[in-house]
Design a protein around this ligand. Structure first.
Ligand code: GDP
Ligand code: MG
Length: 365
């Protein structure tokens, strides 16, 4: 470390041995000393870790049987434009149609069934509205959402967070369906919303564009079926929604918390393979054996395939939202993966805190 500090000084930069440097600086230093420096992203690092256990996340895709799966939808939009009401209305409409008397519980995601062109089609909704959840997951490298439903209140029009949400969806290259909400209000002007959004590249089909706009009123529950129809039409038109159903499950933890009676409970969304009760899984730095799986109606389920969200009981710790999970051969493997990830995270946060402390000291001088 001492000679590296000296070399950095020769290159014109004052650093301390415990300071974390930028990638560019490290590459430059390597070049200067004749070393080939490789920057490894956390995702690459994790792939290397999994490779030590003979797990190749991509190999599963190539080998397994593909089945069609439900689109996964995130609802975004400006505050008070009706995201929560819309998610409630969609869930409620489906419960009434499906299992009468079913007690829905908030598990962070739910699936509804829609009759569509003679078929029973499932749509999965992420039940935590807002772009924070969306970006948090993307920041962890988890691409969860297939379609964004952008909610715009027809009495308020396009607002700053409407644009923000729209930009997030565009950055993730996710198609958008616009739900023009609160059309029951006398002051509602749904056509104005369509006009406003053309300025941001979202042109309604009735204006010659290719974005579906649906007038809804979430509070009285109007237009919900039409919105679900639009989601499925958009999915079929622009997405190839298939996933391998065989093999060990992989996916993402949507949300998790510690429950007084049940211990760590995590809602996971299966993305590939099939998750079964009894499987050994690792989610981020948490691991365990799936003791039970529950659906959004509180019913036990024995297995969950692609795009199916389930509440998982049996983890020994609480994973973070957006952490990926996977099922593996045995308890020992998942425990070792979890332990190595924890050790890595501790090392990373230690390096960060030391780096910051050093910089703060420099600033004071
Ligand atoms: P969020 O902040 O986007 O989650 O918005 P909410 O779902 O909490 O709704 C904000 C307010 O708008 C609440 O008082 C809702 O009752 C009301 N609201 C939502 N949808 C409708 C609607 O379709 N019609 C009317 N009249 N009010 C609505
Ligand atoms: Mg809300």
């Amino acid at each position: 470390p001492g000679s590296l500090v000296q070399e950095m000084f020769n290159l014109g930069e004052m650093v301390t041995a415990t300071q974390s440097c930028s990638d560019e600086t490290l590459l430059l230093l390597g070049e200067h000393l004749g070393f080939d420096v490789q920057i490894v992203s956390p995702e690459d690092e994790d792939r290397e870790l999994l490779a030590q256990f003979n797990i190749d996340l991509d190999a599963v895709v190539a080998e397994e049987r593909l089945v069609s799966r439900a689109p996964v939808v995130t609802v975004m939009g400006h505050v008070d434009h009706g995201k929560t009401k819309l998610l409630d209305a969609i869930r409620k409409a489906n419960v009434v149609a499906g299992e009468a008397g079913g007690i829905t519980q908030h598990i962070g995601a739910y699936q509804v069934h829609v009759p569509h062109e003679g078929e029973d089609r499932a749509v999965t909704f992420i039940d935590t509205p807002g772009h924070e959840a969306f970006t948090a997951m993307r920041a962890r490298g988890a691409q969860v959402t297939d379609i964004v439903v952008l909610v715009v209140a027809a009495d308020d029009g396009v607002m700053p967070q409407t644009i923000e949400a729209l930009n997030h969806a565009k950055a993730a290259d996710v198609p958008i369906v616009v739900a023009v909400n609160k059309v029951d209000k006398p002051e509602a002007n749904p056509d104005k919303v369509r006009q406003q959004l053309t300025e941001y590249g979202l042109v309604a089909e009735e204006y010659g564009g290719d974005t579906m706009f649906v007038n809804v009123a979430a509070k009285p529950g109007i237009g919900i079926d039409e919105l679900l129809e639009a989601v499925l039409l958009t999915a079929d038109a622009s997405l190839e929604l298939t996933a391998p159903i065989d093999g060990p499950a992989q996916g993402v933890a949507i949300e998790a918390h510690l429950d007084k009676g049940r211990g760590a409970v995590a809602t996971v969304l299966v993305q590939k393979g099939t998750l079964r009760a009894g499987d050994s899984i690792v989610a981020g730095g948490a691991h365990g054996r799936v003791r039970a799986m529950l659906d959004e109606n509180g019913n036990q389920v024995a297995e969950a395939g692609p795009a199916r969200p389930v509440l998982v009981l049996g983890l020994t710790a609480v994973p973070g939202a957006g952490d990926t999970f996977l099922a593996a051969e045995d308890d020992r493997t998942v425990r070792q993966i979890a332990e190595q990830r924890q050790a890595r995270r501790r090392a990373a946060s230690f390096a960060n805190s030391r780096g910051r402390a050093t910089l703060e000291t420099l600033m004071e001088q």
